[in-house]
Design a protein around this ligand. Sequence first.
Ligand code: CA
Length: 159
Amino acid sequence: MQLKDTILIVEDEKSIANYIKTIVENNGYRALISFNGFEALTMLSSYCPDLMLLDLGLADIDGIQIIENVREWSQIPIIVVSARDMERDKVDALEKGADDYITKPFGAAELLARIKVAMRHKHNAKLEDSFTQPNKILVKDLEIDFNKHQVSISGSPVH
Ligand code: CA
């Protein structure tokens, strides 16, 4: 069985939080809800979700500050969910490390499309990580080839 990707929904308006929860759960994701910023930060570190949907207008911590804090220790994809239609807020959020944003009101199809893109970037980043592991080390004349399990000096194999 494949593990479901978990989405943390940070939203202080219950109706919107439940609306998002229903959409993502109907599409094969696991949903966690946090109604404020402090709880969101705690849940991020204890549940390690795969993606965060973050409302910028929370009662306790400004969404922008949450992004700043999270980016000090996590590369989790963050999609900002904002009622604010001000371009400045979106630019701020992106500059602080959000991956994308969606403006309320939004439909299920747009939300899911943005989630899919963010998840894809996350999985691609993981793949790239595994490709950057060295399979050869070169030190002057010494060459260690991990794929061939071969050590050679100036091109001649050493046993
Ligand atoms: Ca709000």
